[in-house]
Write a protein that binds this ligand. Sequence first.
Ligand code: NAD
Length: 253
Amino acid sequence: MATKIVMLGALGRMGQHILRLAREDRECEVVGEVDRDVDLKPSLGKADVVIDFTMPAATMHHLPEIVAAKKALVLGTTGFSEDEKRKLGEASKTIPMVFAPNMSLGVNLLFSLTQIVAQVVGDDFDVEIVEAHHNKKIDAPSGTANHLAEIVAAAKQKPLSQVAKHGRAGITDARRRSEIGIHAIRGGDVVGDHTVMFLGTGERIELTHRASSRDTFAKGALRAAKWVVNAEPGQYDMLDVLGLKVQPNAENG
Ligand code: NAD
């Protein structure tokens, strides 16, 4: 049976890509296309899952309705405050939710590789994250860059808020060892580039992912939609969907 999808943010850049791919996919059926000033309720009743690529205020506006209808959610929107993330966590006690700032396979591999390198190099290498996006993006740094920074901070066992350094100007003093530099470039039609630089003495490692088409995110969103409809309530990410999550005590089940 096809997965029945409501697209929230249907007129947006991502919404349009997801709708095009969903229509070409026999395992998906689009039962609603909702953007500003369109009522979500009529299509919600017909849906298995809502795919949301809008903006935080829109997500928070629609969330109570989605929870009340007990529908699964694939949430691609970025830029949530800590308080909004807490409310998303509350909602995931009732509904299954895939919440991922970047749904591409390549970027999720970048997350895994970044975790491995950060754990190995510890504080011996300085870490700087550089991202580039198109000139219409309204939040910075990207959700993906923030997530990469969270992965590095976790490996350093420090809260990100203590070690994040957003851009530099003027007399900055020497770089602190545990600092994680985060820099955002905006321009043109860049779909999304992320580089994590590990800068040591006499050598450096750079992990780079470049997205050249939004289809990579759209494919990931549809894969997440098909997966999340069979999941128990809870908050999941793309590593769960793609089966890339490292299980802490795998041999003990
Ligand atoms: P966009 O501005 O092109 O589209 C957003 C759409 O949401 C617009 O059509 C807008 O009218 C609609 N919208 C706003 N308020 C609404 C409301 N109350 N109800 C319904 N619709 C509403 O933006 P975009 O480039 O498509 O990106 C959307 C979001 O997805 C951003 O947060 C972006 O960072 C994120 N994004 C995530 C991924 C990922 O893989 N997770 C990839 C690309 C973009």
